[in-house]
Design a protein around this ligand. Sequence first.
Ligand SMILES: C[S@@+](CC[C@H](N)C(=O)[O-])C[C@H]1O[C@@H](n2cnc3c(N)ncnc32)[C@H](O)[C@@H]1O
Length: 508
Amino acid sequence: MTAIEAVVLGRKGIHIDINPLSVFITKTLVQPIDLNELGAAYELVVEEYERLAPKSEIDIQTTLQRYPYPRGITLPRDSDVEFIEQLFSDKQLAELALLKHLIVNIGEGYIRNHLFLMFSGLLNRINLTYHTNTYGGGDSGVMRYYRYRIAPNPTLSDALHYFGVRYKSILSAKRELAPLINESNIHNFQAYQGTATDLNRIADESVDYVYTDPPYGAKIQYLDLSTMWNAWLDLPVSDFDRQQEIIEGGRLEKTRDEYSDLMAQSIRELYRVLKFDRWMSFVFADKNPSYWHTIVETAEQAGFEYMGAVPQSNSTRSFKKVQHPSTVLSGQLIINFRKARSPRAIMKLDLGDDATDLILETAENVIAERNGATIEEINSELIIKGIELGFLDLLSKKYDDLSPLLDSYFDLDDETQKYHMPKNKQFKSAIPLELRLRYFLLSYLTRKRQAGVDPDFSEIVQDIMPMLKNGLTPEEQTILNVLRELAREMPDGRWRLREGGQMRLDGI
Ligand SMILES: C[S@@+](CC[C@H](N)C(=O)[O-])C[C@H]1O[C@@H](n2cnc3c(N)ncnc32)[C@H](O)[C@@H]1O
């Protein structure tokens, strides 16, 4: 979507993904097409299908002998069945094989691709992993459980009916896109299968903006999970593609280190192709701080300057999230970096043994501010603070999951999935006041700097005090002392975070 939006905005957009399915879908979606021609081809396929569709068990077996379909291709290890053909009933296989045969025989390549786009959507529905739920919706195992899970009671849909449904939705997408992307600007759009770890088709310093949304650790095995689609659509995936895929686990059982190395290579490549003073937005979601640490550290080593992070929540909750609310995050952070000629490094705050208290205090602040907070909200704030104050490293060494810590200090409301302060109890911080003050002041000033705002002293006091409501509250003089260490006073009396590279603030 990013590349498509770029072209709509009059820019050039390049979409790159290691998965040929992603490239096929994107390319076909934007390809200008004569809708009458597509309509005629669709009608032809439907007509032929109705004529040849298997109606009896004998028909099904004859169809299966007559038309090819993918078979003998192994599925990922955690699938319920070993081979691709076992994902379908004989009837489903015969119907899909016939439909594919009819599409393959459509003359024009670009029309054929559009029919295959409909077919790819249909595949989600016509297989034994698909089932409807009590709310009227439904999905395949891949989309819902992130694995090929045979449904205990698969929903057997009518292939031709859903081919028609796909036709209507592609038609409406095409109608919407036609005024925006057409023969006049399609040359601004490029999509190719490739690896972000080696962007050899893109020249150094030629790109104005990078938006990247890499896989999140071991969460979703994209290439493995696309096996059914890539096989039916004849989209090849090579061993090299699998080696380059930036995931943890999967068919090649990649380790966390391999994942981090590939991620680091891709960040260096993104740096290479980006022009100076241009930005990269990096989308990521995981509650394990060590991934964040790797990303931020690699980006800094490559020469990027951290420019801030914004949380972005998903509008829909995945099934996994509904099942395990505190272990799967539904929201992501978008971390922005700039390719600067002399990048400023993130300041470091050494929290030592006080880290746990500060984590809890940060969580408590988020909970108080929002009158109850979800794991995502707390996590986002902690990751952002961890990045901005340079303690991600420590966070990642101490915790790979903050949920147990939060569970032991706060009450989780099962219904709203929000953490609250336990009744009649307040978490009392045992951290020295000045360290707490540094912690919140540094984060506060970093954000003000990113927003291009210099607060005056009374604003600072007003904003900082609520964060320090636990335990002792500082005198204004103490705030001023710490402020002088971290920031400088401008001629107009406003305060700005000191610049000048890395600064270690080793406690008090
Ligand atoms: C989190 S998904 C992004 C999904 C996409 N933003 C969307 O909303 O559908 C991660 C994507 O990274 C791709 N990917 C994994 N390794 C890659 C690599 N080395 N080069 C390019 N893309 C890669 C996967 O195929 C997958 O499509």
